[in-house]
Ligand binder design. Structure first.
Ligand code: NAD
Length: 267
C-alpha cells in the first residue's frame, strides 16, 4: 500500500485529492498538511472532507508528516511547494506537485532538488489536457507560420495566478513547435490602438468568472478558416485522478524531474 501525504489538504484541490485517494485502491492517506495557522489543525482530515474519521489529523508540521509516507501530493502554491520539495529531498520521499505559478528562478531550484529525488511537476494533471499538449505540438507543426496562434483560458474567480500554468505551457509548446521563443513572442492581452497583429506573436487571453473549473482553447486562425482545440474540465476530479496516477508511477522511477507526459507515456 502506498502512503500519500497531501499538502494543502484543506484547499479546493487538496480536499478533492483526499476524497479521490480514499476511493482508489493501492494508495492511502498517511498524512494531511496545511499552513501552520490553519483553523482546522488537529482535526481528522477524513471528517473535514466528509468521509468520516480516518485517523489522520490535519497538521502544520510537514517535516513530521513526510516521515509517515512514500509520496507527497502538493497542491498549494509555488513557494510552499518548493519548501515541500526541500523536505522531500532531505527525507528521500517522492513528490507530485500540481501547484502553478513557478518563476524561472523557482523552476531552477526545483530542477536542482529533483537531482536527489523523484518528482512529477505538472501545471495540469488531467489526462485530456496532456493529450491536448501533444495535439497542439502536432497541429502547430503542420499548420506552420500561416496560421495565427491565440490561446484563451477561463477559470474561477478565486484563481490567483494569470494566465494559467496550463495556458503558459500551451504557449510554450506552440512556440517551440514553430521554432519561436515564447518569452519573446507571447502577447498578454491587448488594448488600444496596437496596430496589426504580427505574424509571429502568440496571443494569451485570460477570463476569470464565477466557478469555472478550467477551460483552454488554442486557436489556429488562417484566412478563410480556423482550427480550435478545446479542453473543458467539468470538475476537479480529473486533476486529482491524474495526480494519483502520477504518485503511483513516480515511486517506481529513478531520481529526476518528470511531467504528466512522462507519466502517461506521451513522449
Ligand atoms: P486553494 O487556495 O483552494 O488551496 C491551497 C491550499 O494550500 C489552502 O488550503 C492553503 O491553506 C494551503 N497552504 C497555504 N500555505 C500552506 C503551507 N505553508 N503548508 C501547507 N498548506 C498550505 O487552491 P486550489 O484551487 O486548491 O489550487 C492550489 C494550486 O493548485 C494552485 O497553484 C492551482 O493553480 C493549482 N492547480 C493545479 C492543477 C493541476 O492539475 N496541476 C489543477 C487545479 C489547480
Amino acid at each position: 500500500m502506498i502512503g500519500a501525504i497531501v499538502v494543502g489538504a484543506a484547499g479546493r484541490m487538496g480536499a478533492t485529492v483526499i476524497r479521490t485517494i480514499h476511493e482508489t485502491e493501492g494508495i492511502e492517506i498517511s498524512g494531511a498538511v496545511e499552513r501552520p495557522d490553519h483553523p482546522f489543525l488537529n482535526r481528522d482530515i477524513g471528517e473535514l472532507s466528509g468521509l468520516g474519521e480516518i485517523g489522520v489529523p490535519l497538521t502544520g508540521d510537514i517535516e513530521g508528516a513526510v516521515e509517515a509516507g512514500d509520496v507527497v501530493v502538493d497542491f498549494t502554491n509555488a513557494e510552499v511547494s518548493l519548501r515541500s520539495l526541500e523536505v522531500c529531498s532531505a527525507k528521500g520521499v517522492a513528490a507530485v506537485v500540481g501547484s502553478t505559478g513557478f518563476t524561472p528562478e523557482q523552476m531552477e531550484k526545483v530542477a536542482g532538488l529533483a537531482k536527489r529525488m523523484r518528482c512529477v511537476l505538472s501545471p495540469n494533471m488531467s489526462v485530456g489536457v496532456n493529450v491536448m499538449f501533444k495535439l497542439v505540438r502536432e497541429v502547430a507543426g503542420i499548420l506552420g507560420d500561416e496560421y495565427d496562434v491565440e490561446i484563451l483560458e477561463a477559470h474561477h474567480r478565486f484563481k490567483k495566478d494569470s494566465p494559467s500554468g496550463t495556458a503558459m505551457k500551451l504557449g510554450e509548446i506552440a512556440a517551440s513547435a514553430l521554432k519561436r521563443d515564447f518569452g519573446q513572442v507571447g502577447v498578454f492581452g491587448r488594448r488600444g490602438v496596437i496596430g496589426e497583429r504580427t505574424s509571429r506573436e502568440i496571443g494569451m487571453q485570460a477570463v476569470r468568472a464565477g466557478d469555472i473549473v478550467g477551460e483552454h482553447t488554442v486557436m489556429f486562425g488562417g484566412l478563410g478558416e480556423r482550427v480550435e482545440l478545446t479542453h473543458r474540465s467539468h470538475s476537479r476530479d480529473n486533476f486529482a485522478r491524474g495526480a494519483i496516477r502520477a504518485a503511483k508511477w513516480v515511486i517506481t522511477q529513478p531520481n529526476g524531474l518528470y511531467d504528466m507526459g512522462d507519466v502517461l507515456g506521451l513522449k
